[in-house]
Design a protein. Structure first.
Length: 277
């Protein structure tokens, strides 16, 4: 439980002072990398501040705590600029914006999207273009509703815990979910520091320059502010010629730099768009 307190504490640094918050998910932070989120059991709640908090069984009084965590001289660890950045970035996890243009709508994924998204994630022509880097070996090729529903549930939990945002991509002409976009702020010791990592998964009939450019045009500029980052990076392998053409058209450039994964693996084929000054 003591380890759990420290892990939870690290996940809420970006939120601000809080009181009586239920903890629905926990994760591990080891050597600069986060592990998978898991459901907290038994259910616990937190009460306190950044530098002085208690964890206690959900439904009990905070005085009946199981862990009391105190960090000395905490204020010196994060400067005011960094605190402000983290607070601003947290806003996207409080209210997820709906973004759109004439052809597409991006809105937070919903459980009801699973049926339409199964058409995306069971599409064998689409799967090779998905970015599964640093995802513990997952390829996101699903063939059953059970798999798809479980994945959507996991994505929503990640959103609730401030891990990443997963938007559904809706075609206005049909109202159908034809893909998803994932975005999160990444800090790392490699080139991709202070970076928004963007994953775009689309049904194969939408893997065309036009639709991809339209979707990137909706999300790229807002992402800099939403995720408080200086650049956006997304993966496009060499066979994804139409995706690469769309990236060029929307201001992205291919970089030779590699994303260093949680286990030290190197991932390439990343395209970067930098925030205009």
């Amino acid at each position: 439980m003591r380890k759990l307190a420290i892990l939870f504490f690290l996940t809420v640094l970006s939120i601000g002072a809080y009181a009586q918050i239920p903890i629905e998910g926990v994760s591990s932070y080891i050597k600069g990398y986060w592990g998978e989120w898991q459901t907290a059991y038994p259910p616990i709640s937190a009460n306190g501040r950044y530098d002085n908090l208690v964890l206690y069984p959900k439904g009990n009084h905070p005085s009946d705590f199981c862990v009391h965590l105190i960090i000395d001289d905490f204020k010196s660890q994060i400067d005011k600029k960094e605190k402000k950045r983290r607070v601003n970035m947290q806003k996207v996890y409080e209210t997820c914006p709906v973004l759109e243009n004439e052809k597409f709508i991006l809105r937070l994924i919903q459980k009801e999207d699973a049926g339409e998204l199964l058409k995306v994630y069971s599409d064998e022509k689409a799967v090779p273009f998905f970015n599964s880097d640093n995802c513990h070996g997952a390829d996101f090729h699903f063939t059953t509703m059970e798999e798809m529903e479980g994945t959507v549930k996991g994505w929503l939990l990640e959103y609730e815990n401030g891990g990443f945002v997963r938007w559904s991509v809706l075609d206005k002409a049909t109202g159908e979910a034809v893909g998803t976009i994932e975005l999160f702020h990444r800090n790392g010791k490699d080139y991709f520091n202070d970076c928004g990592i963007l994953r775009l998964d689309l049904r194969s009939d939408y893997e065309e320059k036009g639709p991809i450019a339209e979707i990137l045009g909706i999300i790229t500029e807002p992402a800099f502010e939403l995720f408080e980052c200086s650049m956006i990076a997304t993966k496009a392998i060499s066979p994804a010629e139409k995706r690469r053409d769309a990236l060029k058209e929307t201001g992205y450039c291919l970089t030779e730099e590699k994303v260093i994964g949680h286990d030290g693996s190197e991932y390439g084929d990343y395209w970067v768009c930098r925030k205009s000054s």
